[in-house]
Design a binder for this molecule. Structure first.
Ligand code: ACM
Ligand code: ZN
Length: 540
């Protein structure tokens, strides 16, 4: 069991939350007393802060049982006896927050509503979770400013499908941890999960598989039909839910590889013409899009047209990982394309590798003509794409540093330790089946996204860090939560804190209070990560 902190017993808030604020300065005077007479004020007519106020009221009620009413106000400063949310243009960063608690009032401000929202999360985490008639907020000035603008989590909903409520809860968990980007992996060999009106078979056929292999590609299948997909209406609802929590969703339509579910629906888009099946096993399929055919290029544009309608953010993730070129080597159309486009091998890049670059550049240009930018996996560094492509460094940290040197923006998701489908302990035999690998809580905490030898003028290219949750072996929501909690807490801290403020022992001392919240919300988490010191030691 986790020890109940003294703060919870006394009903006193504790601002030493996760991620740790960058400043907590005590102010002389008595605690502010939070009672049901206290109102949450927001500026009249500001719909974002109104929604923030309602959310804060909800958080306070679910944690303490105290209901606080919300009220529009014309005042532009704190209000005696109340909590006030305000925008403050003098605050530097868009997502910075400032909380001022005095004996008579509480003021939560940010340059933007997103900053105010992050301040609200800090107050939420700092509250004692025991129902109590009286909550004391110590008088203090609390400030925070995220180190990185991109603070992501990824979720694979192709290998296993998770319904709207699960995705929303994932967003709730992200919001609590101060994160702002959900990378949503919507298509893969094992299932196409986003409704595309122009190509209904993508979900009717591509959304379902006849069976799923047991374990790590054993010879045995469950022979059980499995699938599901999101309607466009459901996607819009989720995008809106995320936006209300200041989270941008980046959809991933993985191409030209990891496309077998689409090929099962439209076999004419492959080099051999099929037939293909939605895959029931894990791994990398040799069957990928035939980019020699005009109809494939049209298909991609049509799909992206609908995807752009659904997802208003600037970025579309176009995958690009693990695209074997064996079919292209044999395909007369792909070879014809290589010939007509004048593509030639260069250095270590084969003509087929550069054909992937040619294809990716077409997609990139199409999206750019609609004001969008691409993110792709680090394989793109090996196939001649220009630096307007943002690189997601997954095969390790080195490609990220290399990409930044070349002038690409980069998001750091190296598989060790940023793949949360990997084990959280070296004693993996006691764990639910996972992909493999190992990323302990401490390994996550200690990860540094910016390579130490990256020159100062290249550092701005490292936009941030993200953890990935691939779901070959994750079949249900409690298992997702088990894999991400509490590792997300460690990730949040490295996303927010300047390296010199990080302190693992201090983080572990703060973690039980956050875990109290996980328990309060009924989320599953790996409790051993809180207590096992041996996992903190480096491997012998
Ligand atoms: C990946 O893990 N294939 C990006
Ligand atoms: Zn082909």
């Amino acid at each position: 069991m986790i020890a109940v902190t003294s703060a919870a017993q006394t009903g006193r808030a504790d601002y030493r939350v996760v991620p740790l604020p960058s400043e907590i300065n005590g102010i002389k005077g008595a605690d502010f007393k939070l009672t049901e007479r206290c109102l949450i004020n927001y500026p009249t007519g500001n719909r974002d802060l109104e929604r923030n106020a309602i959310m804060l009221s909800g958080y306070v009620e679910e944690l303490t049982g105290i209901h606080l009413a919300t009220r529009p106000t014309l005042a532009s400063s704190d209000q005696p006896g109340n909590i006030t949310l305000l925008l403050d243009p003098s605050i530097a960063g868009d997502e910075d927050y400032s909380i001022t608690v005095t004996p008579r009032s509480v003021l939560i401000s940010g340059k933007t509503a997103a900053g105010v929202f992050h301040g609200i999360q800090v107050l939420r985490q700092s509250l004692p979770t025991d129902p109590s008639a009286l909550i004391n907020l110590p008088a203090a000035q609390v400030k925070g400013s995220p180190r990185f603008g991109y603070r992501g989590m990824h979720l694979d909903c192709s290998r296993h499908f998770f319904g709207v409520e699960t995705v929303k809860r994932y967003l709730d968990i992200m919001a609590l941890h101060g994160m702002n980007r959900l990378h949503w992996h919507l298509t893969d060999d094992q299932g196409w999960r986003v409704e595309i009106k122009k190509y209904p078979r993508l979900t009717e056929v591509g959304g379902w598989r006849d069976g799923t292999v047991l374990g790590h590609n054993s010879p045995v299948y469950d022979n059980t039909r499995y699938g599901g997909w999101y309607t466009q209406e459901e996607i819009r609802d989720i995008v809106n839910y995320a936006a209300q929590r200041y989270i941008t969703i980046i959809p991933e339509i993985d191409m030209p590889g990891h496309m077998q579910a689409a090929l099962a629906a439209y076999p004419e888009l492959g080099c051999t013409g099929g037939p293909y099946k939605v895959w029931g096993q894990w791994g990398v399929s040799d069957d990928i899009l035939c980019v020699g055919k005009e109809e494939t290029l049209q298909f991609v544009k049509d799909v992206l047209d609908e995807v752009m309608q659904l997802f208003p953010g600037e970025y579309i993730h176009i995958g690009g990982d693990e695209a074997p070129r064996v079919r292209w080597q044999e395909c007369p159309r792909c070879q014809q394309r290589i010939h007509e486009a004048g593509i030639v091998a260069a250095g270590k890049q084969s003509a087929e590798a550069r054909l992937q670059g040619w294809f990716t550049t077409r997609v990139q240009q199409y999206l750019a003509s609609h004001g969008r930018r691409i993110i792709g996996w680090d394989e793109l560094l090996g196939c001649d794409v220009d630096t307007t492509a943002t690189i997601m460094s997954w095969t390790g940290a080195e490609p990220g540093a290399r990409g930044a040197m070349l002038g690409h923006d980069v998001i750091m998701t190296p598989n060790t330790p940023m793949y949360f489908d990997h084990y959280q302990t070296r004693s993996y035999w006691n764990e639910p089946t996972a992909f493999g690998g190992c990323a302990t809580l401490k390994m996550v905490y200690d990860f540094e996204p910016v390579a130490p030898d990256l020159p100062a003028e290249k550092r701005h290219h490292i936009l941030g860090a993200q953890a990935n949750v691939w779901t070959e072996y994750i079949t249900c929501e409690p298992q997702i939560q088990y894999q991400i909690l509490p590792r997300m807490a460690a990730l949040a801290e490295l996303q927010w804190l300047q390296p010199e403020l990080k302190d693992y022992q201090d983080f572990k001392a703060r973690l039980p209070r956050l875990v109290n919240l996980y328990r309060h919300y009924g989320w599953t988490y790996r409790s051993k990560s809180l207590i096992l010191e041996d996992e903190d030691k480096p491997e012998k």
